[in-house]
Design a protein around this ligand. Structure first.
Ligand code: NDP
Length: 280
């Protein structure tokens, strides 16, 4: 039976360190959060971010803009936050209304204040192994693997999902640790090759958003399974991996919820403190 990699528990230890670093800063660090329109998902992220920020001594400023906000107005708003010296980090809540292109907008955040680690300059630094601000979810995945105590050097790591916020940056971060990385995506599935890759994974990371996509019986004996997926099925939150069956085969597995999620918020706060330190 696999041991649980509980993000909640791991996050507590990291939060203690963050608190100590906050206490050493001259001024209370400030995270500006922009929410455009009303959306249940965004509202729930905001709530949990605000709660964690408060517990860590971080000021969380929520800026709510109306659903019909134009891109130009949002860019102007971001630039004002960029120029505001008391603001250390900026986050844009997802999802955004249709008229706003996240990729375009996110580039207007100063790289020094990009606490989501998604500015091209920060993403580019990952390629050279020089990033101080890492994208939050991939950083959370790396912390979970590290908590297992397993060394990634030479390991067969398979990532399912190649999104810009999870799979792609994570592949670069794993290469930095000398893992042998395979990235699967819709093309892999359509070619009927997903199973063969999953079966060989010593570390399996799934970030797709499809409940039950990975059958537990495919998980390699003794593998580490990190399930990033979040799916609502009949009033329950589940991941992308069949948890019960996978737990019988893996050595370590993340629960959903309580795995990657709580650590992702913690990584956001860690980035904010890094940003505040660099700015001072
Ligand atoms: P995206 O929709 O951006 O990416 C999903 C990826 O899965 C794409 O690369 C897509 O390929 C691929 N994919 C889709 N179907 C298949 C398939 N049948 N086989 C293999 N690959 C497939 O999602 P995100 O990366 O934003 O999020 C993924 C999941 O992780 C979601 O459930 C999300 O809610 C969750 N999440 C959780 C976080 C946390 O903190 N716990 C944070 C961020 C995300 P293609 O694009 O080519 O179709």
């Amino acid at each position: 039976m696999a041991k649980l990699l509980e993000g909640k528990v791991i996050a507590e230890a990291i939060k203690e360190k963050i608190k100590q670093e906050v206490a050493l800063l001259k001024a209370r660090p400030v995270l500006a959060s922009i929410q455009v329109g009303e959306n249940a998902g965004a509202a729930s992220y905001v709530k949990s971010q605000a709660k964690v920020a408060e517990a860590l001594g971080i000021e969380y400023q929520l800026h709510k803009l109306s659903e019909d906000t134009h891109e130009a107005h949002l860019i102007d708003f971001i630039q004002k936050l960029n120029a505001n010296k008391s603001v250390n980090g900026i986050i844009i809540q997802m999802p955004l209304p249709q008229q706003i292109d996240y990729k375009k907008i996110s580039q207007y955040i100063l790289p020094e204040k990009d606490v989501e680690g998604m500015h091209p300059q920060n993403i580019g630094k990952i390629l050279f192994g020089k990033a101080k601000i890492l994208p939050c979810t991939p950083a959370a995945v790396m912390e979970l693997i590290s908590a297992s105590g397993v060394d990634l050097y030479g390991k067969e790591v398979v990532i399912v999902g190649h999104s810009e916020i999870v799979g792609k940056p994570l592949a670069l971060m794993l290469l930095e640790k000398f893992a042998t990385v395979t990235v699967c995506h819709i093309g892999t599935s359509k070619a009927g090759k997903l199973e063969e890759h999953v079966k060989k994974a010593e570390v399996l990371i799934v970030a797709v958003g499809k409940a039950g996509l990975i059958k537990g019986s495919l998980v390699k004996e003794g593998a580490i399974v990190i399930d990033v997926g979040i799916n609502r099925v009949a009033d329950k939150i589940v991941g992308d991996v069949e948890f019960e069956a996978a737990q019988l085969r893996a050595a370590f597995i993340t629960p959903v919820p309580g795995g990657v999620g709580p650590l992702t918020v913690t990584m956001l706060m860690r980035n904010l403190v890094e940003a505040a330190k660099a700015q001072s």
